[in-house]
Design a protein around this ligand. Structure first.
Ligand code: PLP
Length: 365
């Protein structure tokens, strides 16, 4: 879809990347690290500055304690941490339970591990799930629950009661939880609760995040996984033969970012909340049914009210019809009927870009 946006000169509300860079101080830290000659292979587990900064971040925001030398692993984006965790922790004969719609790398990584996925449907408008469906998805073969909160593509922030159910089932069935929290600082309503903070969960959870969304440098690909030592060792063993190590100067820069004052993190969320509101308003005025997200970069709409029902066909035609690109949510579903009429839009763009996209979309009617 990004290629279609370029080809057609359309506004790209498809892929989730911001169109403005993050803080200068973080950018300068990368430039300084390169100028200082920190350009050779960094340690496999990550540079100490970043591992210590991740430890301090988990303590500062969530009261979670990790040993920076044994319980924090730096990865090439959250993507590699997810891949490494699934490759390390599951294999043929195992099952992974996750929620759908899901971020597309989950299906690929579960498949690469040889495990099978079982999904539990999140239903609009609030993307709640049926607790019995979750219970039924867990079988004697289940090894891992793969969680994502705040959630892409729905923008759902899992509530405490929902996380408590996942935690209770994980303990009852002796499951590991791999949790992708890359949007942890992009929450507009409610509160991000890392499942590792719930009683009994710290030592059966691999908590994954990255600097891409938090610092608006999605191209740097600096991520991390926090877990008890045996789990980190397992993920590290897989990582060793995926990327071996991850870009050193960028690690040092993200360490600087993680130590920015609280005001940085709150203004990031406030800025994106205003963009979320702007895009939701425009989509609503254009006639879509809008499911207002509690967090992340994304807004989901239903196109039925516009007299359409096939999101894939709608998104394929959209660049020609009005010069805007969006993503058909069906690509994030196993149950294609559940996602057929849904379309995902990225709100992490400049206000003038969002306004122009909304003006073009109004012409659809
Ligand atoms: C839910 C989710 N997890 C992981 C990623 C990728 O993170 P990274 O760029 O750090 O690999 C994304 C990026 O869109 C995402 O939406």
């Amino acid at each position: 879809m990004s290629a279609r946006a370029l080809e057609t000169g359309s506004i790209n509300l498809g892929q989730g990347f911001p169109d403005a860079d993050g803080p200068d101080v973080v950018k300068q830290a990368a430039i300084d690290a390169i100028a200082a000659g920190h350009n050779q292979y960094p340690p496999g587990i990550g540079v100490p500055e970043l591992r210590h900064a991740v430890r301090d971040h988990q303590r500062r925001f969530y009261g979670l304690e990790f040993d920076a030398d044994a319980e924090v692993l730096v990865t090439t984006g959250a993507t590699e941490a997810i891949a490494g965790a699934l490759l390390a922790l599951c294999g043929p004969g195992d099952e992974v339970v996750t929620f759908e719609p899901y971020y597309d790398s989950y299906a690929a990584c579960i498949a690469m591990s040889g495990a099978q996925r079982r999904t539990v449907l999140l239903r609009p408008p609030d993307y709640a799930f049926d607790p019995d469906e979750l219970r039924r998805a867990i079988t004697p073969r289940t090894k891992v629950v793969l969680l994502n909160s705040p959630h892409n593509p729905t923008g759902k922030v899992f509530a405490r009661a929902e996380l408590e159910l996942v935690a209770a089932l994980a303990q009852e069935h002796d499951l590991l939880v791999v949790t992708d929290e890359v949007y942890e600082h992009l929450v507009f309503e409610g509160e991000h609760i890392p499942i590792a903070t719930l009683p009994g969960m710290r030592d059966r959870t691999v908590t994954i995040s990255s600097g891409g969304k938090t610092f608006s440098f999605t191209g740097w690909k600096v991520g991390w996984a926090c877990a008890m030592p045996d789990l980190v060792t397992a993920v590290k063993t897989a990582k060793q033969f995926l990327s071996y190590v991850s870009g050193g100067p960028f690690q040092e820069a993200i360490a600087v970012g993680l130590r920015l004052p609280d005001a940085y993190f709150s203004s990031l969320a406030a800025g994106l909340r205003a963009k979320r509101d702007r895009l939701c308003r425009g989509l609503d005025e254009a006639g879509f049914t809008v499911f207002r997200p509690q967090g992340t970069y994304f807004v989901t709409t239903d196109i039925t009210a516009l007299g359409e029902d096939d999101g894939m066909a709608f998104c394929r035609a959209l660049p020609e019809r009005c010069g805007v690109v969006a993503i058909p949510s069906v690509v994030f579903y196993d149950d294609v009927s559940a996602g057929r009429s849904l379309v995902r839009w990225a709100c992490c763009k400049r206000a003038d870009v969002l306004d122009e996209a909304c003006a073009r979309l109004k012409d659809l009617r």
